[in-house]
Design a protein around this ligand. Structure first.
Ligand code: ADP
Ligand code: MG
Length: 462
């Protein structure tokens, strides 16, 4: 049976590529390296196909993104119905990327260069703690840093797009790539900007009639990093400008790195031609950190700050502050400050509980209610809860509403009737229908599946 899959593999992945309209980049990056390895049969007679992939982050990503669609493609071509499971190559192999980073020759980067590139000296790979929530983003960032602008097959990460919630390390990771490139090529011309700065400088250039200078600045770099790109949504002139800047850089094989709160295709108030270009390369998500990563980040900061804090205190913070790394760091800073104010009072669990009480609500994890789910879904789609509850059926509101119903059913104990009342007094059958729509679509539509997974993580980090 495995032979049939192996011999049909080219056909299977070609089917997958065509049916799911994968870009050549996604195809080369994620599908080509897969190796169908063996097939197993369980006691109930179900088959599982084991596919070998290069690394753990790779596995995390493709499991989420491609396991369903691959199973469909396999059945379509070979008539074999099976689940798909990915296994990474041996440990040694997957550590290779990390090791390369340490082994490489590095030059110190001079301060002037950092200043002119707008780089924060503290944001480097060395200070970036890697955990389950960010390992794929980190591994891809290293790959980009090692071969910026590359258009070689399997190494084509242009643009590199990092997305995820506030305070999860997007900016830190972008700066890390820039540092790494400068350490290995001190002459590289690198420019990091917030999208706000990119926009404001454009407005100034328009006012002072020096657009030529503005364009020269942004189009003659080796690496351009623009942070929080969602903020240029709805602003036409700057989108036009960015479109041409993007094309100019891309044609010269210069690396473009972008960040945003959502994946490219979900940036609905961005022009289609920009959205589709942003998706040409690789887009990776950073998730909220799990407990182990939160502990590691706190320990790493404590060490850098030259402190030695009681484990109980670190655990207390990691247990109670979950969603955001900026807040984790803020909690430690607040403790330091309070201790200093009180004549270097010892930082113990009692001090931590009293100082941090307004940042956390111990023993009361955020309760997942239908109201809360609606807020997160609305926020994800950039619409209001009022729109979710209103009568209209326009997109993306209709899809957002279906997803809200689906998640309320999955994540709360509310009845269909109760959800209907809450969602603008809709009747029972409408709610049943919404739930059905998503349940049916989710198996075939990996894009939708991905969106729902992202929203679930926003609702319940960890
Ligand atoms: P974002 O851009 O996603 O809002 P930032 O990159 O500004 O988040 O990160 C917020 C803070 O958390 C920064 O001080 C950053 O150094 C720190 N931080 C984020 N991720 C990590 C990490 N993995 N390891 C260490 N520090 C981190
Ligand atoms: Mg940021």
């Amino acid at each position: 049976m495995i032979d049939k899959i192996k011999s049909g593999w080219e056909k299977i992945i070609t089917f997958l590529r065509d049916d799911y309209e994968l870009s050549p980049v996604s195809f080369n990056t994620w599908i080509k390296p897969m190796i169908p390895t063996s097939i197993e049969k369980d006691s109930r007679g179900n088959f599982t196909l084991i596919i070998t992939v290069p690394s753990t982050p790779f596995k995390t990503y493709v499991t989420k993104k491609y396991s369903l669609s691959l199973a469909v493609a396999i059945e379509e071509i070979t008539f074999i119905r099976c689940n798909v499971v990915f296994k990474e190559k041996k440990e040694q192999e997957s550590k290779k990327v990390q090791k390369k980073l340490i082994d490489n020759k590095r030059h110190p980067v001079n301060d002037l260069k950092l200043l002119s590139s707008n780089l924060n000296p503290a944001y480097t790979f060395d200070t970036f703690v890697v955990g389950k929530s960010n390992d794929l983003a980190h591994a891809t960032a290293i790959a980009v840093a090692e071969s910026p602008g590359s258009q070689n097959p399997g190494e084509h990460y242009n643009p590199f797009f990092i997305y995820g919630g506030v305070g999860l390390g997007k900016t830190h990771l972008m700066h890390s790539i820039a540092h790494y490139i400068l350490e290995h090529n001190p002459d590289a011309n690198i420019l990091y900007v917030s999208s706000e700065k990119f926009l404001n400088e454009y407005i100034d250039a328009l006012k002072n009639s020096n657009l030529a200078e503005y364009r020269a600045k942004y189009r003659n770099v080796d690496v351009l990093l623009i942070d929080d790109i969602q903020f240029i949504g709805g602003k036409d002139a700057i989108q036009e400008e960015l479109f041409h800047t993007f094309n100019a850089l891309y044609e010269q094989k210069k690396q473009i790195i972008l960040s945003s709160d959502k994946p490219p295709m979900e940036l609905k108030n961005l022009e289609e031609r920009l959205r589709s270009r942003f998706a040409w390369g690789v887009a990776v998500e950073i998730f909220s950190p799990d407990f182990e990563t939160r502990m590691a980040i706190l320990r790493s900061k404590e060490e850098r700050d030259g402190k030695n804090i009681d484990n109980e205190v670190i655990q207390f913070i990691a247990t109670n502050i979950k969603s955001n790394i900026r807040m984790l760091e803020g909690a430690l800073n607040k403790l330091y400050a309070m201790s200093r104010l009180n004549k270097n009072q010892e930082i113990d669990i009692d001090l931590a509980k009293s100082v941090l009480k307004d940042m956390i609500t111990p023993d009361a994890p955020t309760k997942i209610t239908s109201e809360y789910i609606a807020t997160v879904v609305a926020d994800h789609f950039n619409i209001t809860v009022a729109e979710l509850k209103a009568k209209g059926r326009k997109e993306p509101v209709a899809t957002a509403r279906h997803i809200t119903v689906y998640l309320c059913r999955k994540m709360t104990n509310d009845t269909q009737t109760k959800i209907g009342q809450f969602l603008g007094d809709r009747d029972h059958s409408t709610i049943v229908n919404s739930e059905d729509v998503i349940t049916k679509r989710i198996t075939a539509d990996s894009e939708l599946n991905q969106t729902i997974e992202t929203i679930k993580k926003k609702i319940s980090p960890q």
